[in-house]
Design a protein around this ligand. Structure first.
Ligand SMILES: O=C(O)CCC(=O)C(=O)O
Length: 261
């Protein structure tokens, strides 16, 4: 690794993101690309209406009923490989696997992108989002499978609440649109094999174009409020765990408390 782990950790802590160009070799990427392509082809066939309606991402690639055992194992091994685990451990105290997503281009090339913090889609009020900002950390690890314009991010915003203007833009208030340029943003274009780690809590938006097909792995702190988003059918079966590194990453979602009878 060309950067030291502690420098990656401190950059992630201060900026909210780290770009590691060429982190994965072509050889490491080839099996992942093939599995992802199989998932994407199946997804497009099954979700044609959603794609036509403007979808730019899919999720739950490791679900039991989509890919076969060998493909799922390939994904789990990728998620839990030592080099990746070492990075995730720089940003999270007790990391847990949360989900996988795939980001691609909209059917309509003119479709607008949108600034957001991931947490705004969980049903939290604005006050709750502000309170949760530094408490509920989720990291995206974006693996670029092809060249893509990447993401635009506002450095430091994972630890800092929106300015009045940023809030108006991302929530489309006071006549603002969520695809307006945002002051202080930096764009991070990606090449195949690049890894971009970023906090889901920060202000960010995807940049559409080129052949973008990005595999995002989401890891979170082992907090019940976050583990509640883990889908049990997306975790490895017990007989797979011995074939995967760091099985402790795959924490089952918290069980619902039994109602008192
Ligand atoms: O790439 C995109 O379109 C958006 C990515 C994003 O918002 C995310 O990963 O949370």
């Amino acid at each position: 690794m060309s950067h030291s782990l502690s420098l990656i950790g401190s950059t992630l802590h201060e900026q909210g993101f780290v770009h590691l160009p060429g982190f994965f070799s072509d050889a490491a990427l080839a099996p992942l690309r093939a599995v992802v392509q199989r998932f994407h082809t199946a997804w497009l066939m099954e979700h044609a209406a959603q794609f036509r309606a403007g979808a730019i991402n899919s999720a739950y690639l490791t679900a039991r009923n989509v890919l076969d055992r060998a493909d799922r194992l390939c994904l789990f091994r990728f998620v839990a490989q030592p080099r990746v685990h070492a990075l995730v451990a720089q940003g999270l105290t007790e990391p847990a696997f949360m989900n996988t997503q795939l980001f691609f281009n909209p059917l309509n090339a003119a479709q607008a992108n949108y600034w957001h913090r991931d947490m705004q889609y969980t049903g939290m009020s604005v006050a709750q989002q502000q309170e949760a900002l530094t408490r509920l950390e989720v990291l995206h690890l974006r693996v670029a499978l092809h060249a893509e314009p990447g993401l635009e991010l506002v450095p430091g915003s994972h630890r800092r609440w929106d300015t009045a203007q940023q809030l108006a833009i991302r929530l489309q208030r006071e006549g603002h649109r969520h695809n307006e340029p945002m002051a202080e943003a930096v764009a991070v274009p990606l090449q195949p094999g690049d890894l971009l780690i970023f906090s889901a809590n920060m202000l960010h938006r995807g940049l559409y174009g080129l052949d973008r097909l990005a595999f995002d792995i989401l890891y979170c702190e082992r907090e019940p409020a976050l583990l509640a988003y883990v889908r049990e059918d997306c975790l490895p079966a017990p007989d797979m765990l011995c074939e995967i590194g760091y099985p402790q990453l795959f924490a089952p979602p918290p069980t619902l408390e039994k109602p008192l009878s």
